[in-house]
Design a protein around this ligand. Structure first.
Ligand code: ADP
Length: 266
């Protein structure tokens, strides 16, 4: 049992592209619907939730029936702009079905570097939580050229979700992925890979065990999750990486059950 997670009152949930989309690039509506139900129910219980979503480029690729992700940064930015509208449309529709209002927040990573912008973001997130509205956050890809470029190798929204957790002073970050935790080697490639239950420190050895994304829609892979986890641990945050295919796993995590991999000091 992980009793320390039972008191989490403010949580950030990050959902990855490979969980949101089927391998053929279409949107997993069942998953978004169950995520909307689970999060709304938690918010009704009084847990404060912020959602960080990836998937805008993937959704646009599905809409435009593109088979491969374009290499040109401006094309990726255009796709992000197209897909973001559709993604929010789907979220809004599913959350509204459970009477939960949502808001779109687009951020760049450097918000933490400037005190004023950091405060503005923190105030907005607090105000949204006060209003009982779910903030759905994504990277503002139109301005984040560096990030998009970076994305093709490591990025996704793992780092963004850590930044949001720090700025919002969250008790816990949950990264929902297409894998049920962090293993000593990529479980997609090695049948004998072993899952870690808890990690207290990111060591060079662990970084070596993390590989890239396993799918052509996922962009981050484990390396980006581990480096993000390192920043969170330095800020005394907690992170669980868990399998997102059934969003009810969020309830199991908050009940202290040993699912996924926990990153926490001590
Ligand atoms: P997401 O879209 O959720 O961010 P990614 O596809 O970017 O997901 O990252 C998860 C993938 O990372 C897994 O499906 C797996 O193929 C790969 N991976 C590489 N190394 C590891 C490891 N050591 N443990 C678990 N998964 C790993």
């Amino acid at each position: 049992m992980r009793n320390e997670l039972k008191n989490a009152r403010r949580i950030v949930i990050k959902i990855g592209t490979s969980t949101l989309l089927y391998d053929n690039g279409t949107v997993n509506l069942r998953l978004i619907d169950e995520l909307a139900f689970t999060i709304t129910n938690l918010m009704n219980e009084g847990v404060e939730v912020i959602l960080v979503t990836s998937g805008a480029i993937g959704v646009a690729m599905g809409q435009l029936r593109l088979k491969t992700r374009p290499r040109e940064v401006e094309r990726q930015q255009a796709l992000a702009a197209i897909g973001q509208a559709e993604l929010m449309n789907i979220y809004k529709q599913r959350f509204n079905a459970y009477t939960q209002h949502v808001a779109q927040v687009l951020l760049t990573r450097d918000v933490v570097d400037y005190e004023t912008s950091r405060e503005n973001v923190s105030n907005t997130l607090n105000a949204l939580l006060d209003l009982g509205v779910l903030a759905i956050i994504n990277e503002n890809d139109t301005v984040s050229i560096d990030e998009l470029d970076h994305n093709t190798a490591f990025g996704d929204n793992d780092t963004l979700s850590v930044i949001v957790s720090i700025v919002a002073n969250a008790d816990l970050l949950i990264i929902l992925s297409d894998v049920d935790g962090f293993y000593d080697k990529n479980p997609g490639d090695f049948a004998d890979a072993k899952k870690y239950d808890k990690i207290t420190e990111i060591t060079p050895e662990l970084l070596n065990q993390a590989g890239g994304a396993g799918t052509n829609v996922g962009t981050g892979g484990m390396l980006s999750k581990l480096t993000a986890a390192e920043t969170l641990l330095k800020n005394d945050g907690k992170l669980v990486i868990a399998l997102g295919e059934d969003p009810k796993i969020i309830n199991e995590i908050l009940s202290g059950e040993n699912v996924g991999t926990l990153f926490a000091k001590g």
